[in-house]
Design a protein around this ligand. Structure first.
Ligand SMILES: [Zn+2]
Length: 291
């Protein structure tokens, strides 16, 4: 039986190469339940979520990892996030006239922005052009350019599941990987099929791929869908807007409605809510300036 909603890390002993295996089933169903996208876009979102989850396990601190693809095609924007606790969410924006199924067909000329938001400290952002057909290539380019780490990943998604496999050389301060080892492991990993990744348990897949390699498999880490939107976050977004603009919307529509792009939750503010929000923010600013 397939292992669902887990990430497994693995390590090739003595080869300075690590890996990750991932399955998203219920977390994927939960993440996409709020959205109605064409099939090809749903597949891209599933793959992007798998990529964000795999990459979130490569960062060493608490925080959030965001993959964002933007382009001039019918698929305008694709956003996938995972926290270090493997809480995932995502959304896409597209026109109705979608054609093709590769990322390059859908998104046109574009770029991938990879943002790492640590809980403490400044966010870090890396940008790479979307040059290949698939998201994998952009992620691999990012690691080669920004981290100087050889990385390969394989992503698959359908309406029911999303899955991924990643191999990466260890950072040079640990052990440097031998080119021959890397070439051999990469060639073995490259024999993975969509069918295997979506239907077989982790240990069985890794045995099929790497049965003669010194592989150490670590315990499963759970993955779940969770939206982190809140009234407080929406309020701080409203406060960052120009007060005049906010007032104009209130005048015209009697209320401000904000929909969370990830989970479609609706936040509503009427005239009184907005007045209270801005006046309490003003008081806080005053008292901060005074002290
Ligand atoms: Zn939400």
């Amino acid at each position: 039986m397939q292992e669902k909603d887990v990430l497994h890390r693995f390590l090739f002993d003595g080869l300075a190469i690590r890996g990750e295996w991932l399955n998203l089933t219920e977390s994927w169903q939960a993440a996409k339940q709020y959205h109605q996208y064409p099939e090809a876009v749903t597949q891209q979102l599933g793959e992007a979520l798998a990529a964000a989850t795999l990459l979130s396990a490569t960062i060493k601190f608490d925080g959030n990892l965001i993959i964002q693809a933007q382009g001039d095609g019918a698929l305008k924007s694709l956003v996938a996030q995972s926290t270090n606790n493997r809480e995932i969410r995502g959304w896409a924006r597209c026109d109705d006239n979608i054609s093709g199924d590769k990322l390059s067909d859908l998104i046109g000329a574009g770029r991938m922005v990879l943002t790492i938001e640590p809980e403490k400290g400044e966010p870090y952002q890396g940008i790479v052009p979307l040059t290949g057909d698939r998201l994998e290539q952009a992620v691999e380019t990012y690691f080669a350019q920004s981290e100087q780490l050889k990385t390969r990943l394989w992503l698959f998604a359908n309406a029911h599941q999303a899955a991924g496999l990643l191999i990466q050389e260890l950072p040079a301060d640990q052990e440097s990987s031998d080119q021959e080892d890397w070439t051999r492991i990469e060639a073995l990993a490259n024999t993975i099929s969509k069918e295997e990744l979506l239907t077989l348990p982790c240990a069985e897949t890794l045995h099929r791929l790497f049965n003669e390699e010194p592989l150490r498999l670590f315990a499963a880490e759970p993955v779940s869908f969770k939206c982190r939107c809140s009234t407080k976050k929406v309020e701080s977004t409203l406060l960052s807007l120009d007060r005049e603009t906010v007032n104009e919307v209130i005048q015209e529509q009697a209320k401000i409605v904000v929909n969370c792009e990830f989970c479609s939750k609706q936040y509503q503010f009427d005239k009184i809510d907005i007045e209270q929000l801005f006046s309490s923010a003003a008081i806080q600013t005053q008292s901060k300036t005074r002290h």
